[in-house]
Design a protein around this ligand. Structure first.
Ligand code: URA
Length: 271
């Protein structure tokens, strides 16, 4: 191998390592300057200086302060209840600091589409593309979602409520590495979803996948629930499989199409 091969090899290895990290969910460089951790080794291994006896005695005497326990779900409910409009709700969610997912996210992804739409689509959580752009469903799954609803004459950019959709997610922050949201994260953010739906006041809700189905009904198993209209938060609700699932299992598009036709006839019956 010559010098050029070496360089090419390094380059390809670096690219492969980078792709591997991106697959694992790494999407940010934390520090600007590299840290030589070999230089730090001695500092880390060096034993800590023993505490002065007087200080140690004092440390034993001082009782640990008891911090008041915050009930995050109650705090979310109180915060959500203060929102009297969708822009106000957006601000309140962006300022809500009790959910750790916020710390790792670049953007609070609130919603997209026409708030006057008759149809509200509830997804799961932002992925990488949504986190970067700050809008729900803009990646590959989102593009499929747009094509699916366009097939029945609905779009997020339509000005007329009859032709429009409005899109939001259960979680406004991207879970690291696109992992599934934890039940406590869902429970914490549910009051915001409830308020969001109450303020937007759609005629029907479409839940996309397991997570929003669980968030609104406590029910698991969207494959069984899909296509069956039910009621959630006082609104007719249609469960559908998530477009990301359809990308992996195109065979399931047949059922998704049946569900879209069911939505279309429901909307036609109400005009
Ligand atoms: N999947 C979701 O459920 N929501 C998004 O916003 C993007 C992908």
């Amino acid at each position: 191998m010559g010098i050029t091969d070496d360089i090419a090899g390094d380059w390809q290895a670096s690219l492969a390592a980078l792709a591997w990290h991106v697959d694992l969910g790494v999407d940010e460089v934390i520090g600007e300057a590299p840290i030589n951790r070999y230089d730090l080794a001695e500092t880390v291994r060096a034993p800590a200086a023993p505490a002065a006896p007087a200080m140690a005695a004092k440390a034993v005497a001082v009782a640990a302060p008891t911090l008041p326990q915050v009930d995050a779900v109650e705090a979310a409910r109180a915060a959500a209840g203060r929102a009297t409009s969708l822009p106000a709700l957006r601000e309140i969610i962006a300022g809500f600091d009790l959910c750790d997912l916020k710390k790792g996210a670049r953007n609070t992804v609130f919603a997209d589409g026409n708030p006057a739409a008759r149809v509200l689509i509830l997804g799961e959580a932002p992925g990488r593309d949504e986190d970067i752009e700050g809008r729900p469903f803009v990646g590959r799954a989102g593009q499929l979602l747009d094509r699916m609803f366009a097939a029945i004459g609905l779009s997020r950019s339509a000005a007329e409520p009859e032709a429009a959709i409005y899109i939001t997610n259960v979680l406004p922050w991207r879970p690291p590495g696109n992992r599934d949201p934890e039940p406590d994260e869902i429970a914490m953010m549910r009051p915001f979803v409830e308020r969001h739906i109450a303020l937007m006041d759609p005629q029907v809700i479409v839940v996309m996948g397991n997570i929003p189905l669980f968030a609104l009904t406590g029910q698991k198993g969207v494959m069984r629930a899909r296509g069956n209209w039910t009621t959630a938060l006082g609104k007719p609700m249609l469960p559908m499989v998530h477009p990301a699932y359809l990308l992996r299992n195109p065979i399931a598009k047949r059922e998704a199409w049946a569900d879209l036709l069911s939505l279309q006839s429901r909307l036609r019956a109400r005009t």
